[in-house]
Design a protein around this ligand. Structure first.
Ligand code: AMP
Length: 427
């Protein structure tokens, strides 16, 4: 039997890769506009980084990590998310001492053993940003606006109605001082209806009660109707921070919705959390999410806390939303297509190399089919010019350059074909 891809993974080629690269170029540009620089970290880390960082009781650590033992009997894990790795790298490379604020972004594959479905994969790509070294609520807003700006520009550029229908959901989950207050209140509220909660939520009730708020099971949702809002329980500092986030969003006329049920799946969040939701995505409707994590760095930094905020956007989800838009619908494009004959095949290869050394995008039919088929391919690839290199041309030292748009042809010295084409291409 032919070997197939592993369930929950994706192949990207031709138009899909183009779409991916267009999206990635947006990430690079906007990250730069907002003052972020790129960081690249390994795709696997010591397992402990994630168990300690993300939290033993989270779904990710509890059941979704791809963990294996290496030959030295060390436990390694394919990264399920990017923040823990960035935090590790920043501490390990002493970046926290060098700059008061480190603003870093990454792009890359994450791995989670989730049940695959549309928009949920086992290997997927994220664009993430991390702003480390400040507790300013304006940093939270900056992160949100960076994500929103990317989405709104993509939606405009590619005419995607679905992508313009994005809702910014925000909430606060409090800090280590006030979170326990709310957890206590939530437990009291849920206690009389414990039997109505799903089995997972009954475990969450004991181990990580905030996660009950996230449950999509109808019976749990019903119990949660009328649940106390976390904002009413958080301390003055958290309230003040959240109020500043709201004021600042109002200040730039950015719409948002305070969603009391938003807690997000990772343990490390404190204060502000947010999600960008897109209705068109159906059940997996979050395209990006993030929040503040003021206690995470301390876990790996000998207890010395450094406030930070970050976000991650799912690239495959974005591609799903943009599926029907004009994004990357074009075929390959070329400056020059070299039409060769069997007798001149070797010569055509040196012509291609000559052009490529002048940064002219060119290609040929490596199977050297009929001239008619080669012109068809040149048209398919949207070549601007073609060069005909038959035996007569090679012998006479002059090739034919055809303008593919109007069919006009000119005889050009083979020796100077690169310079002639550079002039024609206005480079
Ligand atoms: P998280 O790291 O869970 O906060 O997720 C951030 C974003 O990554 C989500 O909003 C999704 O767009 C994307 N994402 C998370 N998990 C998956 C997955 N299994 N497959 C595809 N995208 C995902």
């Amino acid at each position: 039997m032919a070997i197939q891809k592993v369930r929950g993974t994706n192949d990207f080629f031709y138009n899909e890769t183009k779409k991916l690269k267009q999206i990635e170029s947006y990430f690079h540009s906007f990250a730069k506009i907002y003052g972020y620089e790129e960081i690249r970290t390994p795709v696997f880390e010591y397992t402990e980084l994630f168990t300690r960082g993300i939290g033993e009781e989270t779904d990710i650590v509890g059941k979704e990590m791809f963990t294996f033992t290496d030959r030295g009997e060390r436990s390694l894990t394919l990264r399920p998310e990017g923040t823990a790795s960035v935090v590790r790298a920043v501490i390990e490379n002493s970046l926290l001492n060098e700059r008061s604020v480190n603003k870093l972004y990454y792009m890359g594959s994450m791995f989670r053993a989730e049940r695959p479905q549309k928009g949920r994969y086992r290997q997927f790509n994220q664009f993430g940003v991390e702003c480390l070294g400040t507790d300013s609520p304006y940093a939270d807003v900056e992160v949100m606006l960076l994500n929103i700006n990317i989405l709104s520009h993509l939606s405009k550029e590619y005419g995607s109605a679905a992508l313009s229908d994005i809702s910014l959901e925000i909430n606060t989950v409090g800090c280590e001082k006030c979170k326990p207050e709310y957890e206590k209140a939530l437990k009291e509220y849920l206690k009389p209806n414990l039997d109505k909660l799903c089995a997972t939520c009954r475990t969450r009730y004991e181990k990580n009660v905030l996660r009950v708020l996230d449950c999509k099971v109808p019976s749990c949702k019903e119990v949660l109707n009328g649940v106390p809002a976390v904002y009413d329980y958080v301390c003055c500092e958290c309230k003040d921070s959240f109020d500043k986030v709201k004021e600042s969003l109002d200040g730039v006329s950015q719409k948002y919705r305070v969603n009391n049920m938003l807690v997000r799946g990772l343990d490390y969040y404190t204060k502000t959390v947010f999600e960008l939701q897109c209705r068109a995505l159906g059940s997996q409707n979050a395209v990006a999410g993030g929040g503040r994590y003021d206690k995470l760095i301390g876990i790996f930094n000998n207890g010395k806390d450094v406030p930070a905020v970050g976000s991650a956007m799912g690239i495959e989800r974005l591609m799903l939303i943009l599926e029907d838009s004009s994004l990357a619908q074009t075929e390959k494009s070329l400056d020059v297509f070299v039409v060769a004959f069997k007798e001149t095949e070797a010569f055509s290869i040196s012509m291609l190399e000559k052009l490529r050394r002048s940064f002219i995008e060119c290609d040929s039919d490596l199977n050297v089919r009929s001239v008619k088929s080669q012109f068809k391919t040149a048209n398919k690839y949207n070549a601007l010019y073609s060069i005909i290199l038959g035996p007569d041309e090679v012998n006479s030292g002059k090739c034919v350059v055809r303008n593919m748009a109007d069919g006009s042809e000119e005889k050009v010295d083979i020796e100077n074909a690169d310079k002639y084409l550079l002039m024609k291409l206005a480079r």
